[in-house]
Design a protein around this ligand. Structure first.
Ligand code: DQA
Length: 146
């Protein structure tokens, strides 16, 4: 077990398909590519990262609770489509004292109307959107200083 501060990086539905999923919107990097880069950056920042992905809302809720119980430094959360639909995820973010940074590869505000509402943003510490995979790195840098 690492004694470095832990940053959990939680990813929601369909993000396992990054690389081949609508590359014009989400880019060509896979989630494994992103994980590898975050590992390198985490080493330089002196934190540990634990990147996970699930297509199931309840897994994400459970992982947010886990972040609190292991006293993670921060959570980086790309809840994907659940951002726009999930009161359960919003409540989980609000229920924990671990700061949550909301990340999106695309800029949902520049897309369809149904993506304009985020249930997560009002309870997130910060939001990074529209900068592609670089958004995760920026969030990690912020998380390390929280
Ligand atoms: C997303 C944006 C969401 O609207 C969408 O449902 C996703 C990915 C993003 O990273 O740009 O699955 O969260």
């Amino acid at each position: 077990m690492s004694d470095k501060p832990l940053v959990m990086v939680l990813n929601g539905p369909n993000l396992n398909l990054l690389g081949t999923r609508e590359p014009d919107i989400y880019g060509t990097e896979t989630l494994d590519d992103i994980a590898g880069r975050l590992e390198d950056e985490a080493r330089e920042l002196g934190v540990a990262v634990d990147l996970r992905q699930s297509n199931h809302e309840g897994h994400l809720v459970d992982w947010l609770h886990e972040a609190a119980s292991v006293e993670a430094r921060a959570v980086i959360l790309n809840a994907a489509a659940y951002t726009h639909t999930s009161v359960a995820l919003r409540d989980a973010v609000a229920a924990i004292s671990v700061p949550v940074i909301e990340v999106h590869l695309s800029n949902p505000h520049a897309r369809e109307r149904f993506r304009h509402r985020s249930h997560i943003s009002p309870v997130a510490r910060g939001v990074i959107a529209g900068l592609g995979a670089e958004g995760y790195s920026l969030a990690l840098r912020a998380a390390a200083t929280l």
